[in-house]
Design a binder for this molecule. Structure first.
Ligand code: IVH
Length: 684
């Protein structure tokens, strides 16, 4: 194929793929099968690989992400990004309408829209191409998150129709419910904290530095406001409809209302109907339609006078506070939890609410027996917002926060300036020991999955393991025949676990295999506070030997790229305890790896935590060479595609089955150039 022929084909494929993306992600009406789409995308990827000069910034292949940002550039907004005045009652809507009518000479017409609960974004288009995407920031300047936003399939990279030469369109990026639940399930599986609500997930995702990772997440975006000198119409509604024709995702749930009765009807309808939406909204936005009238009304310091938001009331119920229990985490942190009289809230029965820490208990001034207001905003765990003082029982007394650990009785300690109390009896406190064991065997650490699903707890209860090195003295005879009835919990039935021959062998082989786990994972597994996966990798690569980390001074630690004061102090604290040093010596004797082997030395840690499938044929590399590069840069090679795959490095002739699977699971397919960029960029 000549370059000229390739150019024509690339243009044709790009246009078709853009159209199919639009049909699928904006209109939700795909007209071709996933397979046919994948074949086109694959052809385009191949052509761009062969003719890299023909790859354009607005190519649909850009949506797979891959570019890594070190830090987001600050961009000044051309039009200040203001917020909206909030109202919570119908009376306030009537006041708003009256205020407006006083200023205007003609009757206003209003546009009512949904208030999407996500992250505000401003998209600038020049000559029909997405120039940049900027977050609100402080309203004057925001973060340039263009690379991440390009991975959102419902945001057009290139417009069609008759659009203005230059304009800005604003909207809300949000995380749909289904995707949010999947994301949290996956995060909990790998020991990461779940996002409290879809809004946090959207904002966390948008700020990720690895756009390839963003491409894996199903962010979506509705657009709701246009700015520019040459907008096609003199009212907001028609401009929105025009933007729909240019390729933007504009909601159909927009209504023109002539008076407050119609506005209030829209609000009532959506307060009920919102429960059936596949994403969160937290209210309704009411805007004056005419651009001319908007101009007359102008702005206050913070918000336009021509628009207001009505916020739905968070569901709130009254319930009795029966008791407070205190949970102890792996690090010894104490979390108070309120036990409530069961009550229906937002469709589920709520029995517990989070209280976070002692300050919150003091602030709300709750007492046992109080009638408390419980709210479920976007949060997973409901919270207590206040207490009904009028109904307080005379004999009630203020809550005395515990002074001793509820699990081991050790005195609690609170660092100045920190919100949480801690139990410092880490060596003997059962939930801390169990938590450490669970962390040690977890997938990102020693990956002993044969001990998962409660088995480690059984070993603890049977007094067979107290410390992580006890795992390495377990044998067939001690394990075989162990049985335990696991009592029913709220969401699981009672079940019996018994260690038969196969289970026992599996456990022992899992433990044995863990001796091959590389140093950086072992370092993560031993559970030094604040030393997560990335930090463990940095320390391992830099110091190469646990004894060097043990001997490192504060200054040496802190001068390592990526290690701050908090981590340095925690590392020093860990190695100042004799029992920790003794534990490491015992683990060394068991054969665990505490030295970075030469072959493990990464060129970069760039692919850290990334599982990559290498597929197809490559001109300049053998597949084995590429696989070696993956490991040398901290990544992991896997042979088959699953939802846990991060990238597929595709060469020529990647099988169509793989391609379909990758696209179904939304796994980014990268070419060799992108891969080289990924690993060369961070070469140290
Ligand atoms: S219009 C001058 N329309 O709510 C501000 N905002 O509290 C014009 N939002 O910053 C904003 N849905 O992030 C507008 N249909 C909608 C909206 C909406 C959600 C967000 C947006 C805004 C915030 C104001």
């Amino acid at each position: 194929m000549t370059t000229e022929e390739a150019k024509i084909r690339i243009e044709d494929l790009s246009r078709k793929i853009d159209e199919h993306n639009y049909n699928y992600y904006v209109l939700s009406q795909p007209i071709i099968s996933d397979y046919d789409f994948d074949v086109k995308l694959k052809e385009l990827i191949d052509l761009e690989t062969k003719f890299p000069k023909l790859k354009k910034a607005d190519s649909p292949t850009q949506r797979v992400g891959g570019e890594i940002t070190k830090e987001f550039k600050q961009v000044t907004h051309k039009y200040r990004m203001l917020s909206l005045g909030n109202t919570y009652s119908e009376d306030e809507i009537i006041d708003f309408d009256q205020r407006i009518r006083k200023i205007l000479t003609d009757d206003p017409e209003y546009v009512c829209e949904l208030k999407y609960d996500g992250v505000a974004i401003g998209l600038t288009y020049v000559d029909g191409l997405l120039l940049n995407a900027v977050t609100r920031g402080d309203g004057i300047q925001g973060d340039d998150v263009t690379t991440n936003v390009k991975t959102i399939k419902s945001i057009p990279l290139k417009l069609h129709g008759k659009y203005p030469k230059e304009f800005e369109i604003r909207g809300e990026i949000f995380y749909p419910h289904q995707g949010f639940e999947n994301l949290n399930t996956e995060r909990l599986e790998i020991g990461e904290q779940a996002f409290a609500n879809p809004r946090n997930a959207a904002s966390g995702t948008l700020k990720m530095l690895d756009s390839g990772e963003v491409a894996n997440r199903p962010l979506d975006c509705y657009l709701y406001l246009l700015y520019g000198d040459n907008l096609p119409h003199l009212n907001h509604y028609d401009n929105l409809q025009a933007a729909k024709k240019w390729g933007f995702k504009i909601s159909n749930n927009v209504a023109i209302c002539k008076n407050t009765d119609e506005i209030i009807e829209f609000i009532h309808d959506w307060d009920t109907a919102r429960k059936s939406l596949s994403f969160d909204i937290d209210g309704v936005v009411i805007k004056v339609n005419s651009s001319q009238q908007q101009k007359v009304l102008g702005f206050t310091a913070k918000s336009p006078r021509w628009a207001i938001s009505y916020k739905f009331k968070a569901e709130r119920v009254l319930s009795e506070l029966i008791s407070i229990t205190y949970q102890v985490g792996r690090t010894g942190a104490i979390t108070p939890v309120a036990n409530l009289h069961p009550i229906l809230l937002g469709g589920t029965i709520v029995k517990r609410a989070s209280l976070h820490n002692s300050d919150i208990i003091e602030q709300i001034d709750i007492r046992i027996g109080d009638q408390v207001y419980v709210e479920k905003g976007g949060e997973i765990i409901p919270k207590i917002v206040s207490t009904n003082l009028a109904k307080r029982k005379k004999e009630s007394i203020p809550i005395k926060y515990i002074t001793h650990c509820p699990e081991c009785g050790h005195e609690l300690y609170r660092n100045e300036g920190e919100a949480n109390h801690y139990c410092l009896n880490d060596a003997q406190c059962p939930p801390q020991i169990k938590g450490r064991l669970e962390h040690f065997i977890s997938r990102k650490a020693m990956n002993i999955d044969s001990l998962g699903e409660g088995k480690i707890e059984i070993l603890y209860d049977q007094k067979l393991v107290r410390n992580i090195d006890d795992l390495y003295s377990l044998n067939y005879e001690t394990l075989l025949g162990i049985e335990k009835i696991i009592p029913a919990t709220e969401d699981k039935k009672q079940r019996k676990v018994s260690f038969k021959d196969k289970t026992t062998r599996n456990i022992l082989s899992g433990i044995k295999k863990s001796k091959d786990i590389p140093f950086e994972k072992v370092l993560f597994a031993i559970g030094i506070r604040f030393v997560g996966g990335t930090v463990a990798n940095i320390l391992a690569q830099h110091f190469k030997d646990i004894d060097k980390i043990k001997m490192a001074s504060y200054d040496e630690l802190i001068s390592t790229d990526g290690i701050g004061d908090k981590i340095a102090n925690s590392v020093i604290d860990y190695f100042s305890k004799e029992e920790n040093i003794a534990l490491i010596e015992r683990l060394k004797l068991r054969g665990l790896r505490f030295i970075l082997e030469q072959s493990e030395e990464n060129i970069t840690t760039y692919l850290e935590g990334k599982s990559i499938v290498v597929s197809g044929k490559f001109n300049d590399y053998s597949r084995d060479q590429l696989k070696e590069l993956v490991t040398k840069n901290g990544g992991k090679n896997i042979s088959s595609i699953s939802k846990n795959t991060h990238y597929i490095l595709a060469g020529e002739n990647m099988g169509p089955v793989k391609l379909t699977k990758a696209n179904k699971l939304h796994i980014p397919i990268i070419n060799i150039e992108t891969f080289e960029e990924m690993i060369h960029k961070k070469r140290r």
